[in-house]
Design a binder for this molecule. Structure first.
Ligand code: SAH
Ligand code: SF4
Ligand code: F3S
Length: 438
């Protein structure tokens, strides 16, 4: 008799991939597979991959090299490459990485058990069809217990920003049903989760038979008034006033909006096909800030897009200073095959890209530091996540506005909301002492 075979999933890339890995575990669980807690006890290893930038893929190739050794020692192990890189590279991946048994794209996870069964019989498998309808609405993701959960509400992207591979690796935009999302959130609250983040590449175009994203947020907020609800990502072109007002109206909808601007230059935004201007973006931010007092904002920025000049770059830094983001995710432009920008000359030399990237990082660090200093003396509510990375004597957690807070443990428990008086701060973290918890 075979003991239950166990699956280990290693996840790279964005939160959508983290959520998908839970769908994968759920599909495998339903087919009789167990979950492996470490590589050592795995019969099946899945690598859920990201293709967003070249260095993301390089890292995964490195990891596949490790699995090659592992497979020499233990030839019975099945190695499967899932996710965006599987979708992008398909057969090439199987050919260049001979120890890979399976290549399966993001819309084909229902087929995994069958493919794995055949792989154990020595048959390699590839499944990379993209779907117009697959949204795994009826699959309850298999989660380990926790405080915070990711919930995919839509898949794919139709925006076709010219730098971005996602529309090619994830296919067309499609939404889950509002009722399905609400059911999943109800289940999460019953399991003790205290926070959910609703996920989509562009949640603002969520649409379920006339229900828009604001309707979905309101419905999820009503499931449990003590559940914190976050969402990401908002595209600046589609963020409606109704959505802004909905965030303002519900206490448990977090006052935090991730609103990627990518560049502060209209010429570059147009080349990127972002479909908004800096002026549109600025007015949107003004509306958000006026209607949601105390809101915190973060962004994504790309340095060194094709033809970006020093003036374009300066415009980006000026916009950052004007908006004063609470956080920024910053990237050097990486050309991706099949995208429109792939055909534009990658004209900004690497060292210039990196210099601009570093300047952007410095500007943000300065802004974050200054903003965090202004939190000193305030009392904030922190959802306690667990021990801080640095010390077991400290707990850490986030404010509603997504700021990381560290404080000495004082009898509270993870999952509770602690009231913390902020005493000092750096650019990344606030530090303080609890004055109560509930
Ligand atoms: N859907 C989200 C972004 C998903 S990708 C949105 O539209 O905001 C996350 C970020 O990666 C993007 O916002 C962009 O800043 C960055 N990114 C995407 N493709 C890139 C590329 N080819 N080179 C560098 N950065 C890229
Ligand atoms: Fe990529 Fe643009 Fe879609 Fe975001 S909105 S996933 S950047 S194509
Ligand atoms: Fe990467 Fe795919 Fe997410 S390319 S960023 S894992 S959608």
């Amino acid at each position: 008799m075979n003991a239950t075979r166990k699956v280990y999933v290693e996840t790279y890339g964005c939160q959508m991939n983290l959520a998908d890995s839970e769908v994968v575990q759920s599909v495998m669980h339903a087919a009789g597979y167990g979950r492996a807690d470490s590589l050592a006890e795995a019969d099946v290893i899945f690598v859920n991959t990201c293709a967003i930038r070249e260095n993301a893929e390089a890292r995964i190739y490195g990891r596949l090299g490790d699995f090659k050794h592992l497979k020499k020692e233990n030839p019975g192990v099945i190695v499967g490459v899932l996710g965006c890189m599987a979708e992008r590279l398909r057969m090439d991946l199987m050919e260049t990485e001979s120890h890979v048994d399976l290549v399966v794209g993001p819309d084909e996870y229902r087929r995994l058990p069958g493919l794995v069964d055949r792989a154990f019989e020595g048959e390699k498998g590839i499944a990379v069809r993209l779907s117009r309808v697959e949204n795994y609405d009826d699959i309850l993701p298999l989660r380990t217990e926790g405080i915070s959960a990711w919930v995919s509400v839509m898949r794919g992207c139709d925006k076709f920003c010219t730098f971005c591979v996602v529309p090619f690796t994830r296919g067309r935009e499609r939404s889950r049903s509002l009722a399905g999302v609400v059911r999943e959130v109800e289940d999460l609250t019953q399991k003790g989760f205290r926070e959910v983040t609703l996920l989509g590449q562009n949640v603002n175009s969520y649409n379920d038979g006339g229900h828009d994203f604001a309707d979905l947020l309101a419905a999820v907020a009503q499931v449990d008034r003590s559940l914190r609800v976050r969402f990401t990502t908002s595209h600046p072109q589609d963020m409606s006033d109704k959505l802004i007002d909905t965030i303002a109206a519900h206490e448990n909808l977090c006052k935090y909006v991730h609103l990627p601007v990518q560049s502060g230059s209209d010429r570059i935004l147009e080349l990127m096909n972002r479909t908004y201007t800096v002026d549109h973006y600025r007015k949107l931010v003004e509306r958000i800030m006026t209607r949601i007092p105390g809101v915190s904002l973060s962004t994504d920025i790309i340095a060194g897009f094709p033809s970006e000049t020093d003036d374009d770059h300066a415009a980006t830094m000026a916009l950052m200073r004007e908006i004063t983001y609470d956080g920024a995710f910053t990237f050097a432009y990486s050309p991706r095959e099949n995208t429109k920008a792939w055909d534009m000359p990658d004209s900004v030399p690497n060292e210039v890209k990196l210099r601009r990237l570093n300047e952007i990082i410095d500007v943000q660090r300065e802004i974050s530091f200054r903003k965090n200093q202004s939190e000193i003396g305030r009392v904030v509510e922190v959802l306690v996540e667990g021990e801080s990375k640095r010390s077991a004597a400290d707990y850490c957690g986030r404010t509603d506005t997504n700021k990381m807070v560290v404080f000495p443990r004082n009898g509270e428990a993870p999952g509770q909301v602690a009231r913390v008086a902020i005493r000092r701060a750096n650019a990344a973290t606030l530090f303080g002492e609890t004055i109560g918890a509930h």
